[in-house]
Design a protein around this ligand. Structure first.
Ligand SMILES: [Zn+2]
Length: 475
């Protein structure tokens, strides 16, 4: 069996090989950066979306869907936002044979599609808070090299947009989003760090941006998503106002929370290993694959038993696949390992006769399950698998950060660096030059490693307003 490139030293080659081997996407569509979701990949996506929907709806958000096309006149209302997205939008300028009077933008994100309608939905303080989300495709004309799930031009996108009565309520919504994301990330066994981006790297039009970053080795980080506080920055140009209890007219304060298919890329990147993809059970397209092993004198016992196992597990609510094709068992094991299936059950003659199955977890744990107690024992194995996966990811996360006491120490970093920073942009850029990457920002909440309190800024030596910040190389 061909070996994968080394994850640590040749990450992107490894990642591309893992994505290919898992069979989750087809890159042969004739528009660069617009990929096809295969049946197996679509299963993963649907399971992932179900977790997002469950957690965001638990915080009182409702699903909506807005149109894909945005009139140029609406798109151009918030100046910072336009500046940030102008170079990335696709335009629709013709309808049939006629030039359009007002050109249309294919949404790169939906603020400018949604907010004109918010301004007519919201009249009174009784209309607040307004918390809605949509899961739609967005479009960005990427000029950098595209990568499946990580950087694409048609993006499967989750976006929550909210309107709150005031700044404090909007800050509270940001907290609530962060809590919801923690639960999502727990389901995916995906360690991350919320980081407040520096001013020069925040979302165009935002008051501030909290990014959700995951380290993926060799000082690289992946932004899994982001949460933004807009204050009144969009409410003013779009006229989103309400009548307060005292009769005065007030602008709403807004927030957004965005996630994308990049989350699936991160799950593949963080959990994958030398054998290929590894899916946490929450999103695994198949949680269990059952493989009968025919033999010269095995009769139909293995197949019958495998069918019984698959049927019972499916009725028990598990996503299970019976692989009864005529490939050799070894080839099947290899394929389902590459595809990241958490648990494999094998049934040969001996297992069929003794009413058992041999179990092999994707992380290497071997054992035997008794068919009499099948549902119970398989649930136990899957829970063990998820625990082991979370432990492996947590160990990788803890090892992904280290302290840097000076700019010089940043050169050639193989971990994300924790540095003392005075908050000035000039010093931020010096740190970025030092690591040949980005100042990711200041973590919200505890640091990933114990470092005490910060002394002097690594760039200017100032001891005023110094805080711990993170520097790395975002992918
Ligand atoms: Zn400084």
């Amino acid at each position: 069996m061909p070996e994968l490139p080394d994850k640590r030293t040749a990450f992107m080659d490894w990642y591309l090989a893992v994505v290919d081997g898992a069979g989750v996407t087809d890159k042969r569509y004739p528009v660069k950066g617009m990929n096809v979701w295969t049946p197996y990949g679509f299963r993963a996506r649907r399971n992932l979306d179900a977790v997002l929907v469950r957690e965001i709806e638990a915080t009182g958000s409702e699903a909506v869907e807005f149109p894909t096309l945005i009139p140029a006149t609406e798109f151009e209302k918030e100046k910072e936002h336009i500046k940030g997205f102008d170079a990335q939008v696709y335009w629709v300028t013709r309808g049939g044979l006629s030039e359009l009077d007002i050109p249309l933008v294919l949404r790169p994100t939906s603020e400018t599609a949604i907010y004109p309608i918010f301004s007519v939905w919201i009249r009174s303080h009784r209309d607040l808070p307004l918390n809605v989300y949509q899961i739609v495709n967005t479009f960005r004309y990427e000029t950098k090299t595209t990568r499946p799930f990580l950087r694409v031009r048609e993006i499967h996108f989750f976006e929550e947009h909210t309107c709150q009565a005031n700044e404090a309520h909007a800050t509270e919504r940001v907290r609530s989003n962060l809590g919801a994301f923690r639960k999502m990330a727990d389901a995916f066994a995906l360690p991350f760090l919320p980081v407040r981006r520096p001013e020069w790297d925040k979302f165009p039009g935002a008051y501030y941006t909290i990014a959700l970053d995951a380290p993926i080795g060799e000082a690289r980080t992946l932004q899994l998503g982001s949460i933004h506080h807009y204050r009144e920055n969009f409410a003013r140009p779009y006229g989103i106002r309400y009548e307060a209890a005292d009769g005065s007219q007030q602008y709403v304060h807004q927030t957004t929370f965005g996630l994308s298919e990049r989350l699936l890329g991160a799950i593949l990147a963080v959990h994958g290993d030398a054998k290929g993809a590894v899916f946490p059970t929450a999103i695994a397209p198949y949680q269990v694959v059952v493989i009968p092993i025919p033999g010269p004198d095995a009769g139909d016992g293995p197949l019958r038993t495998a069918e019984e196992i698959a049927g019972r597990l499916a009725r028990h609510g598990l996503r299970v696949h019976l692989d009864a094709g005529d490939e050799r068992p070894g080839a099947k094991y290899y394929r389902w390992e590459q595809a990241g299936v958490p648990l494999r059950l094998e049934v040969g003659r001996r297992e069929a006769e003794s009413r058992t199955a041999t179990s092999a977890s994707r992380l290497g744990a071997k054992g035997r399950v008794t068919i009499d107690r099948l549902e119970h024992e398989v649930a136990e194995r899957l829970a063990e698998f998820d625990r082991a996966l979370a432990e492996r990811a947590a160990a990788g996360f803890a090892a992904a950060f280290s302290l840097a006491g000076s700019i010089a120490e940043l050169a050639g970093s193989t971990t994300v660096r924790v540095v003392a920073w005075c908050g000035s942009e000039a010093c931020g850029h010096q740190i970025e030059a030092g690591i040949d990457g980005a100042l990711l920002g200041v973590p919200e909440g505890p640091l990933p490693i114990e470092v005490g309190s910060p002394g002097a800024c690594v760039a200017c030596g100032s001891t005023t307003a110094v805080r711990w910040a993170l520097a790395g190389r975002p992918l």
